[in-house]
Design a protein around this ligand. Sequence first.
Ligand SMILES: Nc1ncnc2c1ncn2[C@@H]1O[C@H](COP(=O)(O)OP(=O)(O)OP(=O)(O)O)[C@@H](O)[C@H]1O
Length: 186
Amino acid sequence: MKIIAFVGMPASGKSEAARIAAEMGIPVIIMGDVIRKEVLRRGLEPNDSNTGMVATQLRKCEGMDAVAVRCISQIKDAGSDLIVVDGVRGIAEVECFRREFGEGFVLISIYAPIEVRFSRVQKRGRSDDMNSIEGLRNRDERELGWGMGKAIEASNIEIENNSTLETFKKDVIEVLSNYLGKNLTE
Ligand SMILES: Nc1ncnc2c1ncn2[C@@H]1O[C@H](COP(=O)(O)OP(=O)(O)OP(=O)(O)O)[C@@H](O)[C@H]1O
């Protein structure tokens, strides 16, 4: 069994990579959904502030790998030899998956410079996105404080996402197709 996870700074292209994996027919488990499920279980409205609050509480009460631990049964139940996990945020989660799946866990980091990420954030227009490069820099710092930098350093493979979406798609397909056992780039 292979579990592939993407890690990278905000707006580096992780969701885009997960979308490409889904298009290739690979099941995708979104770690944020685990948190949203917990928000609903607690009878709360699934908005940004409740999701953030529950994520922080889970990590405080159950450890920094709480969300990863909750994903493990979902991964095992998915009944697929290859699964993509979207949303790894820190080294504790990487260590949790490596403990559970050993070399079956492959971490791919996605890199794009901050100026490029900022211009993409402006186009994305998500409600929690930053409207200044300083704002994005602060978000980067917050993520790094949660262990994102160490998770990026622990990756097995890096994909650069500094060019067009088409180039990125080709690169992601090339890497993922190695694990599917067939070359989908042809
Ligand atoms: N190579 C590219 N060219 C143009 N736009 C891109 C490229 N890669 C990603 N994007 C766009 O940039 C935005 C950020 O990408 P995406 O949402 O995948 O990042 P993310 O890493 O999941 O972000 P976050 O951590 O903030 O959730 C999206 O609107 C995406 O469509």
